[in-house]
Design a binder for this molecule. Structure first.
Ligand code: FE
Ligand code: CA
Length: 530
């Protein structure tokens, strides 16, 4: 096995493990603790962009693998600097930020007063310690005519190295979007799959210390850390940030909802502590955390980031282990007529409040492109026929058909400009037409879905899924064999998505290639192979 390489000389010098002495922090008289290790061992991140700023993140962890990460006592003020150049020569803003003891000494610093549509560079300092220099970016002003972003899902630490994250960072996109399964809560102790490394604790996370240890482990990965450092990110989650296939207060194992909500509170709290999300807005209150949000990239793109887990209805026909192969979460409904719950109109993937929020946002958008950052497969996928009925998987939008119908019809009836769902979860690439009526093969597409494969998680069986495609003519492309991510270039005329593949997840130095390129033309719904 090849050893891990550090992404660049700059990271080596300024980032992981380095404690550089910086005069400005000392000169400003901020507390200069004698750190026992690099307090910025978990790196830096930027996110939640605005036209005049963003949120800067770090988390003090001088001893990241210790139970308390080497931190105790009251909240700490640290210094930050923002520059207009990557060498930090032209400082445009400096100040102090609070690492809050009650949030695991994480920093979520809201920066304002900057110029729109351009990159900035930043670093934190505390006493003699200096963080890596990170890149952040403000949202573009109206009239902007190009944007680039990459999106990711499903990075299982045990199954592979995160070379895909490094390749994405080296493409230097304006933003990165995480679509869920950023961590996995369980440890694979039973399968025969190749594991290149082992999850923290060797078991499934349930408690706050366990989730914190898991996120710490991921954030110590040099490639993920480098991505966060170099590419500002927007985030939603899927199930594995908490537990496989959970839905609102329902875990996958028929747990008592009160106990599951305690676990969800620990998991959401940890997510907040480790992600560059908005303070106040996203700060969790017990088991509740507001994550769904929207960002306007000038009038070029509106990004609606949805939360497909916290508010969803219980999975259909949940609770019958015979129907669900012993699981309480997602299952395969072979004959929907035997599961009337599946079709109930009041069931929702994102909850009726979020549906209204999403529909209003789509209907009022002035943007040329309306992209929905979505965790699970949105297009219908018939999975085999029994009698005269097709079976469906119930953990994705196929488990919430009434909710999907409302969204599809809303896209059509409110004439949303260029709706495109970008999706994760299913560990495979897909290019799909979205339809107001999936039964009507002749009906035109009303939107597009571009699904990215997993960074490292294993894909579904290729031959089995390939066999479903004749029953799903709105699917224009499918491949579950490669691992990777998606890179998007957006102009007013077209959205071009490259399906980027890493050569080997067991090789830390895996190379990159492009499997396929799909284009959505302005005003012409549906992805077309380039
Ligand atoms: Fe996944
Ligand atoms: Ca998932």
């Amino acid at each position: 096995m090849a050893g891990l390489i550090l992404p660049s000389r700059r990271t080596l010098l300024l980032g992981i493990g380095a404690v550089a002495v910086t005069a400005p922090a000392i000169a400003r008289g901020l507390a200069a603790p004698a750190w026992t290790g690099n307090p910025f061992s978990l790196g830096v991140a930027a996110g939640a962009p605005a036209a005049d700023g963003f949120v800067l993140w770090t988390r003090l962890a001088p001893e990241p693998l210790a139970d308390d990460a080497g931190m105790s006592g009251p909240s700490r003020a640290i210094a930050y600097e923002i520059a207009s150049d990557d060498n930090m020569h032209h400082i445009v803003q400096r100040g102090s930020a609070l690492a809050e003891s009650q949030w695991g000494y994480s920093v979520h610093k809201t920066i304002k007063g900057l110029k729109p549509g351009r990159p900035y560079w930043y670093r934190f300092t505390s006493g003699p310690a200096s963080s890596a220099i990170g890149r952040a970016q403000t949202l573009p002003p109206p009239g902007a005519d190009r944007l680039s972003f990459a999106y990711f899902s499903c990075s299982h630490y045990e199954y592979g190295y995160f070379a895909g994250y490094r390749h994405a960072a080296e493409e230097n996109p304006d933003f990165g979007i995480f679509l869920g399964d950023y961590i996995y809560e369980y440890a694979d102790t039973s399968s025969k799959r190749v594991k290149v490394r082992t999850h923290s604790g060797g078991k499934e996370c349930v408690t706050l210390p366990e989730y914190r240890a898991r996120y710490t482990q991921y954030r110590l990965d040099p490639n993920l850390q480098y991505l966060h450092q170099m590419v500002p990110s927007l985030v939603t989650w899927d199930d594995h940030e908490v537990q496989n296939d959970y839905a609102d207060k329902w875990g996958e194992d028929f747990q008592d909802p009160a106990a599951f909500l305690e676990r969800r509170a620990a998991a959401y709290r940890t997510f907040y502590e480790f992600m560059p999300v908005k303070p106040v807005f996203s700060r969790p209150l017990g088991p509740n955390m507001r994550l769904y949000d929207r960002y306007d990239f000038g009038d070029l793109m509106r990004l609606d980031i949805i939360d497909g887990r916290q508010y969803r209805s219980r999975e259909a026909c949940y609770g019958d282990p015979k129907k669900n192969e012993g699981h309480g979460g997602g299952g395969h409904v072979e004959t929907p007529s035997a599961c009337p719950e599946l079709m109930q109109a009041d069931r929702s993937m994102i909850g009726l409040v979020q549906e209204k929020w999403l529909f209003d946002g789509l209907a009022t958008s002035k943007a040329r492109w309306n992209v929905i950052a979505n965790d699970v497969l949105m297009a219908r996928l018939r999975q085999g026929k029994k009698g005269d009925e097709w079976g469906y998987w119930t953990d994705d939008w196929d488990g919430y058909p009434a909710s999907r119908d409302r969204l599809m019809r809303h896209m059509r009836d409110s004439k949303v400009s260029n709706p495109v769902a970008i999706t994760g979860d299913i560990h495979s690439y897909w290019a799909n037409d979205l339809k107001a009526d999936f039964d009507d093969e002749k009906a035109p597409a009303i939107g597009s879905e571009l699904v990215g494969t997993s960074v490292t998680s294993y894909g579904p069986p290729y031959d089995v899924f390939k066999g479903f495609l004749p029953d799903n003519p709105h699917v224009k492309f499918f491949d579950s064999r490669p691992r990777g991510y998606v890179s998007v270039a957006l102009t007013r005329e077209a959205m071009t998505a490259k399906f980027q593949v890493t050569s080997d997840i067991t090789d830390a130095n895996a190379t990159k290639s492009t499997l396929a390129t799909f284009v959505v033309q302005d005003g012409k719904p549906g992805p077309v192979a380039a």
